[in-house]
Design a protein around this ligand. Structure first.
Ligand SMILES: Nc1ncnc2c1ncn2[C@@H]1O[C@H](COP(=O)(O)OP(=O)(O)O)[C@@H](O)[C@H]1O
Ligand SMILES: CC(C)(COP(=O)(O)O)[C@@H](O)C(=O)NCCC(=O)O
Length: 307
């Protein structure tokens, strides 16, 4: 383990040994269940990377509850369960939602009495018609394309134990789904994943990350991220082939070289500048940076030294 300014730099081989003697590993049946829910994930990564992470999160959840109770005692008010909010940031297509889903399933398995919910900030993108009205359709994913006040108000409601509704985004329709919401109500843990969760918009008095109890930045070399973006694009195209309502249907029916050119342009005109100007600068605000290499395998972790 190396000491870097503000972070411990931990290679995979060292991380996998952490906390090992203090928890019971998942049985092969439990591992198969996790694999069936997350078919792309490597079982080796579940054991070596994500299980120690879940146990670290368990410790942080415990201290979060203790801190909240201490504060209530100090103020002389009733103890109230406050959700633990876990933020997951990183580039478009780096694997944030896959990590979020996996952590949700692992936390549910390890802490069966806790209610774990997961939301993506994609739903807080303005609908396409609003983006068009604002002349920012080509800025999708950039800070101005999100309804950040609505996102902050959502997370504030969750923290305060109120029922909160998150709009739903569909990669298939490439737009917000009208009238569809995910309802979050008094979870023990909420996992909030999105490219923008660690951003600090200058026109806002309060930020999404002010509500976080732990945050993760999923990182990888841009050539790999780009490759994963193109692979996902092909999956979206393949799925769209027989779905006339799908946004990608006309591209899937036509010449795939044309579609690939579009994906290439979207990466270089939109996602690449967004990554460098607005997403990467938030990396060093995370409590943990997960570094992924080939085949999405985690090769190194950076854990914030001071909690
Ligand atoms: N650990 C993983 N193993 C294999 N494939 C993965 C893994 N994580 C993500 N992927 C794939 O990479 C692509 C991008 O992942 P996704 O979770 O959609 O990214 P994001 O939410 O950051 O946009 C998807 O096609 C997904 O299936
Ligand atoms: C909706 C998104 C901003 C969110 O990113 P993701 O969930 O993939 O991390 C992104 O997928 C996107 O649509 N970017 C705009 C350019 C493009 O079509 O790739």
């Amino acid at each position: 383990m190396e000491n870097r300014l503000n972070y411990y730099q931990i290679p995979r081989e060292e991380w996998r040994g952490f906390y090992r003697d203090q928890y019971v590993p998942l049985t092969s049946q439990e591992l198969m269940k996790i694999k069936s829910l997350n078919d792309v994930i490597s079982i080796q990564d579940v054991e070596d990377i994500y299980m120690p992470l879940v146990h670290l999160l368990g410790m942080r959840m415990k201290s979060h509850d203790q801190n909240q109770n201490q504060l209530a005692d100090f103020l002389g008010i009733k103890h109230r369960k406050t959700p633990f909010i876990l933020g997951i940031a990183g580039s478009v297509a780096v694997g944030k939602s896959t990590v979020a889903r996996l952590l949700r399933d692992l936390l549910t398995e390890i802490f069966p009495d806790k209610k774990i919910q997961q939301i993506t900030t994609d739903g807080f993108l303005y609908p396409s018609k609003e983006l068009k009205k604002r002349h920012i359709l080509s800025r999708k994913g950039f800070p101005e394309s999100y309804d950040m006040p609505a996102l902050v108000s959502f997370i504030n409601d969750v923290k305060n134990g109120l029922p909160a509704k998150a709009p739903v985004y569909s990669h298939q329709s490439y737009d917000q789904v009208e009238g569809e919401f995910d309802v979050v109500y008094q979870p023990d843990v909420l996992i909030l994943e999105g490219i923008n969760v660690l951003q600090l918009p200058s026109n806002q008095p309060i930020f999404v990350s002010d509500f976080f109890d732990f945050s993760i930045y999923v990182d990888a070399n841009e050539d790999l991220i780009k490759k994963w973006y193109f692979e996902r694009f092909d999956l979206l195209l393949a799925r769209a082939k027989n779905e006339p309502d799908n946004y990608y249907y006309p591209y899937a029916q036509g010449d795939w070289n044309v579609a690939h050119k579009m994906a290439h342009d979207l990466w270089y005109d939109v996602n690449h500048p967004n990554l460098h100007d607005y997403i990467l600068p938030t990396r060093n605000r995370a409590d943990l940076i997960l570094n992924k290499g080939e085949n999405h395998l985690v090769d190194e972790l950076l854990l914030r030294k001071f909690v």
